[in-house]
Design a protein around this ligand. Structure first.
Ligand SMILES: [Zn+2]
Ligand SMILES: [Zn+2]
Length: 100
Protein backbone atom coordinates (compact mmCIF):
# COMPACT_ATOMS: atom_id res chain seq x y z
CA UNK A 1 0.00 0.00 0.00
CA UNK A 2 1.32 3.40 -0.94
CA UNK A 3 1.49 5.73 2.01
CA UNK A 4 -0.86 8.62 1.46
CA UNK A 5 0.70 11.93 2.39
CA UNK A 6 -2.29 14.21 2.40
CA UNK A 7 -6.01 13.93 3.04
CA UNK A 8 -7.96 12.62 0.06
CA UNK A 9 -10.81 15.04 0.59
CA UNK A 10 -10.62 17.72 -2.11
CA UNK A 11 -11.39 20.56 0.30
CA UNK A 12 -8.85 19.50 2.90
CA UNK A 13 -5.08 19.47 2.61
CA UNK A 14 -4.32 18.03 6.05
CA UNK A 15 -1.45 15.60 6.39
CA UNK A 16 -2.14 12.00 7.26
CA UNK A 17 -0.69 9.91 10.02
CA UNK A 18 -0.93 6.16 10.45
CA UNK A 19 -3.24 5.28 13.29
CA UNK A 20 -2.35 1.90 14.76
CA UNK A 21 -5.62 2.01 16.61
CA UNK A 22 -7.60 2.14 13.38
CA UNK A 23 -5.14 0.35 11.11
CA UNK A 24 -5.57 3.18 8.65
CA UNK A 25 -4.08 6.47 7.59
CA UNK A 26 -6.02 9.26 9.20
CA UNK A 27 -6.07 12.96 8.35
CA UNK A 28 -4.69 15.00 11.22
CA UNK A 29 -6.99 17.90 10.35
CA UNK A 30 -10.43 16.45 9.64
CA UNK A 31 -9.98 12.86 10.85
CA UNK A 32 -10.76 11.45 7.41
CA UNK A 33 -9.70 7.81 7.20
CA UNK A 34 -7.94 7.46 3.86
CA UNK A 35 -9.62 4.85 1.70
CA UNK A 36 -12.35 4.14 4.25
CA UNK A 37 -15.87 5.38 4.76
CA UNK A 38 -16.28 4.25 8.34
CA UNK A 39 -14.19 2.84 11.14
CA UNK A 40 -14.70 0.95 14.36
CA UNK A 41 -13.22 3.88 16.29
CA UNK A 42 -16.55 5.58 15.61
CA UNK A 43 -15.48 7.76 12.72
CA UNK A 44 -17.79 7.74 9.72
CA UNK A 45 -17.75 9.82 6.57
CA UNK A 46 -21.51 9.99 6.34
CA UNK A 47 -22.58 9.78 9.96
CA UNK A 48 -19.97 11.12 12.38
CA UNK A 49 -19.62 9.13 15.55
CA UNK A 50 -21.63 6.19 14.25
CA UNK A 51 -18.94 4.33 12.32
CA UNK A 52 -18.75 1.59 14.90
CA UNK A 53 -22.47 0.83 14.97
CA UNK A 54 -22.61 1.10 11.18
CA UNK A 55 -19.95 -1.59 10.95
CA UNK A 56 -21.87 -3.81 13.35
CA UNK A 57 -25.03 -3.34 11.27
CA UNK A 58 -23.06 -4.39 8.23
CA UNK A 59 -22.16 -7.61 10.02
CA UNK A 60 -18.53 -6.69 10.53
CA UNK A 61 -16.78 -8.55 13.31
CA UNK A 62 -15.00 -5.89 15.27
CA UNK A 63 -12.90 -5.82 18.37
CA UNK A 64 -15.35 -6.13 21.22
CA UNK A 65 -14.14 -6.84 24.73
CA UNK A 66 -14.27 -10.60 24.23
CA UNK A 67 -12.02 -10.70 21.18
CA UNK A 68 -9.67 -8.20 22.83
CA UNK A 69 -9.27 -10.65 25.69
CA UNK A 70 -8.77 -13.54 23.28
CA UNK A 71 -6.11 -11.56 21.47
CA UNK A 72 -4.35 -10.71 24.73
CA UNK A 73 -4.40 -14.36 25.72
CA UNK A 74 -2.90 -15.32 22.38
CA UNK A 75 -0.20 -12.71 22.83
CA UNK A 76 0.69 -14.11 26.25
CA UNK A 77 0.76 -17.66 24.90
CA UNK A 78 2.95 -16.59 22.04
CA UNK A 79 5.35 -14.82 24.38
CA UNK A 80 5.56 -17.90 26.58
CA UNK A 81 6.34 -20.11 23.61
CA UNK A 82 8.91 -17.65 22.40
CA UNK A 83 10.48 -17.72 25.83
CA UNK A 84 10.48 -21.53 25.77
CA UNK A 85 12.26 -21.48 22.42
CA UNK A 86 14.80 -19.05 23.76
CA UNK A 87 15.49 -21.12 26.84
CA UNK A 88 15.38 -24.45 25.00
CA UNK A 89 12.55 -25.76 27.13
CA UNK A 90 10.30 -28.55 25.93
CA UNK A 91 7.39 -26.85 24.19
CA UNK A 92 5.75 -29.93 22.70
CA UNK A 93 3.31 -30.16 25.60
CA UNK A 94 -0.21 -29.79 24.32
CA UNK A 95 0.66 -30.50 20.71
CA UNK A 96 -0.78 -33.44 18.82
CA UNK A 97 1.52 -36.25 17.73
CA UNK A 98 1.67 -34.91 14.18
CA UNK A 99 2.90 -31.60 15.43
CA UNK A 100 5.68 -33.09 17.52
ZN1 LIG B 1 -10.71 4.96 13.00
ZN1 LIG C 1 -8.61 16.08 5.98
Amino acid sequence: MIEPQVCDLPDCDGETTFSENCGAYVCMVCDKHIGLTRCYCGWSETSPGNGRSELIEMGETIGDAETEIARDRFAVEFAERQHAYDTGADITDGLTDEEK
